[in-house]
Design a protein around this ligand. Structure first.
Ligand code: URA
Length: 201
């Protein structure tokens, strides 16, 4: 097994052990760790699993996932080429917003996922993952509500790599406001110019 696979397997096991003891864990549901190729150039980060995701243990497999698939399809990116995960790995009760302490409790797992995958582009879906990623990468001064910064590219650079961070509205917004799908599509277009970097050869 390659080094990355070993590291991710170990992390997944630790994360699942943590989830099964977490106050948000509900019997009969699954934690949603994330999925996709470990050498993905693009990583999509949602908020937290919804009902369908918690039943299947897979990210974005319900209504919001359908929209996400459509958006990726629209710009010619295959879902199998991107790594998809969430900020919070368990479904908050009744789909309520995640609480700050819940986000904090899962943050090390997301950070380690990013460290292992080393994506060139991180797309945050919605306010929660945008806030977390902007704070993690020292972009606090650029942080505004998602309605102000959606579809814009923010670049960060550290000793090891350059990362482009692109915030998007959460795809679920298009399930209750169909006009938002056009805005999401327009925003996702920004990914087209990175397709060569994104798509695995
Ligand atoms: N919404 C999210 O943020 N993540 C999912 O996996 C599904 C819906």
């Amino acid at each position: 097994m390659k080094q990355k696979e070993k590291e991710m397997e170990k992390l997944k096991k630790e994360c699942l052990d943590f989830c099964y003891k977490h106050p948000l864990y509900q019997k009969g549901t699954y934690p949603v760790f994330g999925e996709g190729p470990l050498d993905a150039k693009i990583m999509l980060i949602g908020e937290a699993p919804g009902y369908h995701e918690s039943i299947k243990g897979r990210p974005f497999c319900g209504a919001a996932g359908k929209i996400l698939d459509e958006l990726l399809d629209f710009v010619g990116i295959k879902r199998k080429d991107v790594y998809i995960t969430n900020l919070v790995k368990l479904r908050p009760f009744n789909n309520r917003d995640p609480k700050p302490e819940e986000i904090k409790s899962f943050a090390p797992y997301l950070s380690k996922q990013i460290e292992i995958i080393k994506p060139k582009i991180i797309c945050t879906l919605g306010n929660y993952s945008t806030t977390f990623i902007f704070q993690k990468y020292g972009l606090e001064d650029k942080l505004q509500g998602i309605s102000k910064i959606h579809g814009k590219i923010f670049e960060v650079e550290n000793l090891f790599q350059k990362i482009k961070i692109i915030p998007f509205y959460h795809p679920a917004v298009a399930t209750y406001n169909p006009n938002m799908k056009e805005i999401l599509k327009r925003d996702f277009k920004v990914l087209e110019k990175f397709k060569k970097e994104i798509i695995k050869s």
